[in-house]
Design a protein around this ligand. Structure first.
Ligand code: IPE
Ligand code: IPE
Ligand code: MG
Length: 246
């Protein structure tokens, strides 16, 4: 590998997205209610946010609640809504101190008015922070995202092109993830960032989300760094482009 291409490929991911899966199994293994797993999952997210800030990752997008998760038992769904409200109250000041900008991504009109106000407050309070953009996907689905973008363009009588759709998706403010990590051992996207994942590197971890930590994040980043992203080109073309002075 040439020095230039090594420099290029050793550039860490700017944008990491995570499917935080395995909370329920973590709790079941300990004979605890599933909600206890979700509470412990918040601690894992705290660790990963801090690790991302110190590794100069610029964007972290996490899947917290999918469009399909409403179908879970009512007590689990209400436990997750209560947890969201609690986390907003408790964690936003700490995240703000760390320089984290919070952005919620998803169909928020279905959430309670109280939670919607808390989301807006958290976003406006942290708007000027630049250390890390933390996108929390809540009531998010990749199909919803593509459909809402197409509907907006159609209503505005705008042409539907790859560019206009990308600019209207709920992630238009941050672009596509370089690396998508899924914990919990399943190898699927489960309706996460379907459009945006087109050229993301995928890394699957058997760790259950509440056990995830900075070391496992580094393992995933290590796997990412060992990949060659070709975007449809040949390997030679990628090396040539890396050697050319910019
Ligand atoms: C992910 O963990 C969190 C949410 C989907 C809200 P799960 O709750 O799906 O945990 P498992 O997959 O059942 O272990
Ligand atoms: C994906 O996990 C959604 C979140 C992590 C929020 P699920 O547990 O809902 O996915 P499936 O049902 O195993 O595909
Ligand atoms: Mg799951």
């Amino acid at each position: 590998m040439t020095a230039a291409s090594e420099a290029l490929s050793s550039a860490g991911p700017r944008h990491i997205a995570i499917v935080m899966d395995g909370n329920g199994r973590w709790a079941s293994k300990r004979m605890l209610p599933r909600t206890a797993g979700h509470h412990q999952g918040v601690e894992a997210l705290r660790r990963v946010v801090t690790a991302c800030v110190s590794r100069q990752v610029k964007v972290l997008t996490v899947f917290a609640f999918s469009s399909e998760n409403w179908k879970r038992p009512a007590d689990e769904v209400s436990g997750l809504m209560t947890l969201l409200a609690m986390v907003l109250a408790k964690e936003v000041p700490k995240l703000h101190k760390e320089g984290v900008r919070l952005q919620f991504v998803g169909a928020r009109e279905y959430l309670s008015e109280r939670v919607q106000i808390a989301l807006l407050d958290a976003e406006s309070h942290t708007r000027s922070n630049t250390a890390l953009l933390l996108n929390v996907c809540f009531n998010y689905g990749g199909r919803w995202d593509i459909a809402q973008a197409a509907a907006k363009l159609a209503a505005a009588r705008e042409p539907i092109t790859e560019e206009s759709l990308a600019q209207t998706l709920s992630t238009a403010h941050c672009g596509d993830p370089d690396l998508i990590i899924r914990t919990g051992g399943e190898m699927r996207l489960s309706n996460f960032l379907l459009w945006q994942a087109a050229y993301s590197e995928l890394v699957f971890s058997d760790a259950l989300w509440p056990d995830f930590d900075a070391q496992l994040l580094d393992d995933a980043i290590g796997a990412y760094l060992a990949r060659e992203r070709r975007f449809g080109l040949t390997s030679d073309q990628v090396s040539d482009a890396a050697e050319r002075p910019s």
